[in-house]
Design a binder for this molecule. Structure first.
Ligand code: SAH
Ligand code: SF4
Length: 401
């Protein structure tokens, strides 16, 4: 056990730790510079050594204190003797798709054996970055550089925020798991580092986007989610402009999010999924609590960066939300919002026991055309890794069933 736990309140991990400093729940991984400095001070070392731990864990992707050769052997032994370990979540199982997508079950760090899904998607689709933003100027230069050594030019990592989810969207497999628990900041950031390590990603040189669109509702685990973002931006060096968080419309979370400083705030995506409150309540019962107007009102105060838009995700459910009149109604709704928007259209991915239909291919295209005709930019998101249980929550349910 680390000495004197009560004094140690690391900034990043304060939410997940919530007072307990059992090394099992408080590994070094997940602590920011201030937290690591406090650990070092507690073992009589100067706080500046935190930068050595940061480099080892977040840049060199080391997973074992004994391999941090910038620390003296004595200090490595001392940290281990006090109960400290790196404790990064690890990839338990990996599944590779023919399209290059890899899906992982990543081990959580709690006492119970639990996993979440994380996905690696090399390349974007159709000129779009995996996060739904269009390729920007400068990308080609960057792509050229990274393609020298890699088989991918850019990639997107899809990250989970909770084990399961409490929100109960009727079309979503993760909902069937119910909420098991929130992930800690270290468990959220750990998914990212594990995947960066697996693909030898050089942050700052390779182009990587993050989407917080895996299992769970990030805004129902707000503190840990934002602590993970701060860690990934400040200590790992990833850009918040290449991160997108998706929410089902948790208004109190959105209200906090729009106040986050722009140098740390990811882009925002709202899972709208329906053109009006009636259909939305049917497919997303959470809409009873926070209807569309309340969600839009909560987004409005956001201070957008130049060229930034709010993404509205729209899952097309065959016969339920995929008709041209739905597209027209959606366009009216988005125009009325007055927000700079774009729409990501996602054909529903079927899952066992869920009684919706996938939309016909031509209805997805028609939907996009209608939106475009109404002046709303819309992109069709290609399903990735269909052969490896692509629907969110499907991998975990299928493998662990
Ligand atoms: N809980 C958050 C983020 C995770 S879900 C949210 O709901 O926004 C990420 C996206 O996947 C959401 O837009 C959701 O509507 C969509 N989604 C969930 N299940 C799906 C399925 N079976 N097929 C296609 N999209 C799905
Ligand atoms: Fe939860 Fe998102 Fe699935 Fe809804 S769509 S149940 S909010 S993970």
């Amino acid at each position: 056990m680390p000495d004197n736990p009560a004094k140690l309140v690391p900034a990043v991990s304060s939410a997940p730790i919530s007072g307990s400093l059992d090394p099992l729940t408080c590994p070094l991984f997940g602590l920011d510079a201030a937290g690591l400095a406090t650990v070092l001070t507690s073992v009589g070392e100067p706080p500046w050594r935190a930068s050595q731990l940061i480099k080892a864990m977040y840049h060199q992707y080391l997973t074992d204190i004994s391999s941090i050769t910038t620390l003296s052997l004595e200090l490595r032994r001392q940290l281990a003797a006090k109960g400290w370990r790196i404790g990064r979540p690890g990839i338990a199982k990996a599944f590779q798709s023919v399209d290059g997508t890899e899906r992982y079950l990543v081990n959580c760090l709690g006492p119970k054996l639990e996993t979440v899904e994380t996905v690696w998607m090399p390349e974007g689709d159709d000129g779009e970055a995996g996060d739904g933003s269009e390729s920007g100027p400068g990308d080609e230069v960057e792509n050229l550089r990274s393609s020298d050594a890699k088989s991918w030019r850019r990639a997107t990592i899809c990250v989970s925020s909770q084990v399961g989810c409490a929100v109960n969207c009727q079309f979503c497999l993760t909902a069937r798991l119910g909420l098991q628990r929130n992930l800690t900041a270290g468990e959220i950031a750990g998914q990212v580092i594990s995947v960066l390590a697996r693909h030898s990603v050089r942050v700052g040189r390779d182009r990587v986007n993050l989407v917080f669109m895996g299992m769970g509702e990030p805004f129902l685990n707000y503190d840990n989610f934002m602590a993970a973002v701060r860690l990934l931006v400040r200590e790992v060096g990833l850009s918040p402009q290449r991160m997108t968080v998706s929410t089902s419309g948790i208004v109190p979370g959105i209200e906090r999010f729009v106040q986050e400083p722009p140098d740390i705030r990811p882009k925002l995506a709202i899972s709208l999924n329906a053109p009006n409150d009636q259909i939305r309540t049917e497919v997303m019962p959470i809409n009873r609590k926070w209807p569309i107007a309340a969600v839009v009102d909560a987004v409005r105060p956001i201070r957008l960066r130049p060229h930034e838009r709010i993404t509205f995700e729209y899952v097309l459910l065959g016969g339920v939300t995929d008709q041209p009149e739905h597209a027209r109604e959606l366009a009216r709704l988005l125009r009325r919002s007055g927000l700079p928007v774009k729409v990501n259209l996602i054909a529903w991915n079927p899952g066992p026991g869920i009684a919706y239909r996938t939309p016909a291919a031509d209805s997805v295209e028609t939907f996009q055309r209608v939106l475009a005709g109404e002046g709303i930019p819309a992109y069709i998101r290609q399903p990735r890794g269909r052969d490896i249980f692509a629907a969110c929550g499907q991998l975990k349910r299928t493998i662990e069933a």
